[in-house]
Design a protein around this ligand. Sequence first.
Ligand SMILES: Nc1ccn([C@@H]2O[C@H](COP(=O)(O)OP(=O)(O)OP(=O)(O)O)[C@@H](O)[C@H]2O)c(=O)n1
Ligand SMILES: C[C@](O)(CO)[C@H](O)COP(=O)(O)O
Length: 394
Amino acid sequence: MVTTAAVIVAAGRGTRVKGGSGTPKQYLPLGGTPVLAYSLRTLTGHPRVNTAVVVYNPEDAEFYQAAAAPFEGRLRPPVPGGATRQASVLAGLEALGSASPDRVLIHDAARPFLTAELVDDLVAALDTSAGAIAAEPVSDTLKQAAADGTISRTVDRAGLWRAQTPQAFRYDVILEAHRRAIAEGRSDFTDDAGLAEWAGLPVKLVASSARNMKLTTADDIELAERLLARAAALLEPRNGTGFDVHRFAAGDHVWLCGVKIAHTHRLEGHSDADVGLHALTDAILGAIGDGDIGQHFPPSDPQWRGAASRIFLADAAARVRKLNGRIVNVDVTLLCEAPKIGPHREAMRDAIGGILGIGAERVGIKATTMEGLGFIGRGEGIAAMASATVLLPA
Ligand SMILES: Nc1ccn([C@@H]2O[C@H](COP(=O)(O)OP(=O)(O)OP(=O)(O)O)[C@@H](O)[C@H]2O)c(=O)n1
Ligand SMILES: C[C@](O)(CO)[C@H](O)COP(=O)(O)O
């Protein structure tokens, strides 16, 4: 399996925002959420990203903990950065050594508005290139200034692009290039594409939007607040519910809410019969009005025989992302006499949060017996009901 990692560089001081004092920009609240958390939500929640590491300044440890806590289960321990962005990127790349990913996405914590689609496009571009970066064609007329502040010439903007992040590379080649640059005394690269260019690596330009802005000055932060407030005003909540039942059959374990639990029986079904994930998948599909699990993964299709139900849930989450939506919270109730759910509740919350790319604090798991009544009371099967709240552009 091809693996992809993310390095999020967050060790800068943000001096152009705050003039050298106060909270570094990547930890400032934006719409009430730390700037860093936006990138972490998109990257750690992306199905193609297997692991991620933040490069930080240990002086910011408290800010880091507060921003990264919801994503903890999906992040490697943070690593200290260096004096320049280039040095911080190298620290992050080295920290991924034990994961040995095939690809790496290098991203500025100061660019909170990257999208899942951009990540998809960059990863796809790596199939035919050693590197690919998010970039935006220059749309202004460019002037070169003379020393006295007058215009010395107009620069032809044809073919000029503004480099953004993520910048994606095959991991081993960019690590080798970064190491070589330092060994050869080059510490002046402001982005990884510049370093790759120096190393002779081909790098593709992947068209991105001006919305993937870097927060550099206080004006940028104000603009970002406005964009966010406007986007929030244009989002509307949608709610969906789901319900599912599976009967018991001879076996020794059940899958419930993404967790394998030893049991006296198994649940019968075409897939792994994870009744909790099936109800939840339907709840999410319901919230976005996109059919149901049986429509997208028909039981008549042999490719889903024995499939892990996490595939179905991840697909529903991808459909939400495609609509530029966001899952706010989900809630599952399991109806069964046994097994006991309490001991597995936290593992279930983590599993579902990981699949959906949301923090476990946004996942509710509850259980109830049926007081011995009906088919559940007789221990013939398990039922689950679920609800999901999703924000979609209005
Ligand atoms: N030594 C550094 C410098 C920068 N960065 C990171 O690189 C990204 C882009 O850098 P920039 O916008 O220049 O951030 P700062 O260096 O913090 O800004 P300033 O130059 O205003 O201090 C940011 O996410 C920043 O945290 C880093 O990890 N390590
Ligand atoms: C990497 C980068 O975001 C590409 O635009 C940018 O170069 C980093 O910021 P800096 O202000 O140039 O250090």
